[in-house]
Design a protein around this ligand. Sequence first.
Ligand code: GCO
Ligand code: MG
Length: 408
Amino acid sequence: MQITDARVFVGGPGKNYVTLKILTDAGVYGLGDATLNNRETLPAAYLRDYLIPNLIGMDPRNSEDIWQFFYRGAYFRRGPIAMAALGAIDMALWDIKAKLAGLPLYQLFGGKSREGAMVYAHATGADLDDLMDSIAWYVEQGYQAVRVQCGIPGMPSASYAVPEHKGARRHYITDYAGIRPKLEIWETDRYMRFMPDALAEIRARFGPRLHILHDVHHRLLPREAAEFAKAVEPVRLFWMEDPTPAEDQDALRLVRQHSTTPIAIGEVFNAIWDCNRLIEDELIDFIRVAATYAGGITPVKRIVDLAGLHHVRTGFHGAPSHSPICMAAHAHLNAWAPNFGIQEYLVLGTPECDALFPSEHRMENGMVLVSDAPGLGVDFDETEAARYSYEPGSHPVVRLPDGTMWNY
Ligand code: GCO
Ligand code: MG
């Protein structure tokens, strides 16, 4: 059996998805997601110029050897661009394998460990009242877990993932049109004085049962993160995410020593080598890798197994950065993973997105119910895809009030 062709599509409804389709001489095809948020043309070029010409003629069933060929075979390894491209190949090969077996992918991992996988939604508000309304809306929809982000009083501009104006909250996505980024001004002092009390008010309003998550988005210094984690302990967060930038992993040791607030990290990780020490030293509670950015299902399964040895649960990244193909890969991993924790999930379900990626994965009462169709259980409509093309975008950049560059 041979791979005969592979094609890359860039574009989508309101979002550039990078979709890979691998074709075989057996008539079965596989789909993968190589979307690297706001850098979409780069994994597409890596696929078209280097990976696909090598892929043609390979036996698609040898997904492990193909992964090793592209990983070990590249002298300059890793990094988000290469790993997103490799991640798409790996997903597509698992899709093919499961279709050949006539089974939903989770069966190849070991079957279902649960009926539904709990997800968390993004509630966001320009101020605390606005955020309370947003949380209430998600609770009414049946969500059991909500990530909460709030505008900070006196902050010169909207901070991470919050709208500039009240009421714009439900489908707020942190992307902006054009190559030139929007500027956000960040003030740690205002955040530290406001956010712990705001989280306490949210807990008081919604009671002990709601799972409350919060994303610090890499904004704090290690000592500040430790202070924050300690201050929010009474709120009993489900997790505090990315308290500090991921480069200095010893920072998490400091945070850990000072508090029992659960720590989640990993959405920017590309390999098991970015998180093996954090997992083995039990410095984190949730690992947030994504099947796209971390190089596919093959390496993510290894990370999940390592995490399981150290009481670390999964909380895969699921911002709108990923297409429904990556989210389908996560749905199968989540159905199987013995150490499943939670899945980030944004309601993408616009009619346009559903038409481009038809699927039977379902959302009910804040849980994803995995599809039983053979393979990943998601398709890609090429006629629909022809309606879209690449639109340049950028993440915002962040500066302190004096102009110093800070972390987005
Ligand atoms: C999250 C993330 C995202 C990122 C985005 C970057 O937890 O969902 O922090 O919102 O900012 O995916 O491309
Ligand atoms: Mg995050």
